[in-house]
Design a protein around this ligand. Structure first.
Ligand SMILES: [Ca+2]
Ligand SMILES: [Ca+2]
Length: 102
């Protein structure tokens, strides 16, 4: 949802899920994609990338997706995903992406 000088606007709102072209994975029951989400300027370029968790992915192992930020906003192009296999963590009911600490 874009922001304006007077606040957020629905015009130009984008939505992503695992069935969006260019997004890794497939939408399945109980994925809980979007169970946690945060905008973080991880590369400190002044634009916030979107991090999305799906704690129910792979029967509760969980996974994370990252969407780049451009001057036109968040984009699927160049998005990536990580899961327990990527991180070398436990897989069973780890619920990776259930929340993002503050
Ligand atoms: Ca899935
Ligand atoms: Ca950035």
């Amino acid at each position: 949802m874009p922001g304006t000088s007077t606040g957020p606007t629905g015009t130009g709102t984008k939505g992503f899920n695992q069935d969006t072209a260019g997004v890794a994975g497939a939408a399945e029951p109980n994925d809980r994609f979007g169970g946690a989400a945060a905008f973080v300027d991880g590369d400190k370029d002044g634009r916030a990338e979107l991090a999305v968790g799906a704690p129910g992915e792979d029967e509760g192992a969980g996974a994370l997706w990252f969407f780049p930020a451009t001057t036109a906003g968040t984009t699927v192009t160049g998005s990536s995903a990580i899961n327990n296999a990527t991180l070398g963590t436990v897989a069973v009911k780890a619920a990776l992406g259930a929340s993002f600490g503050r």
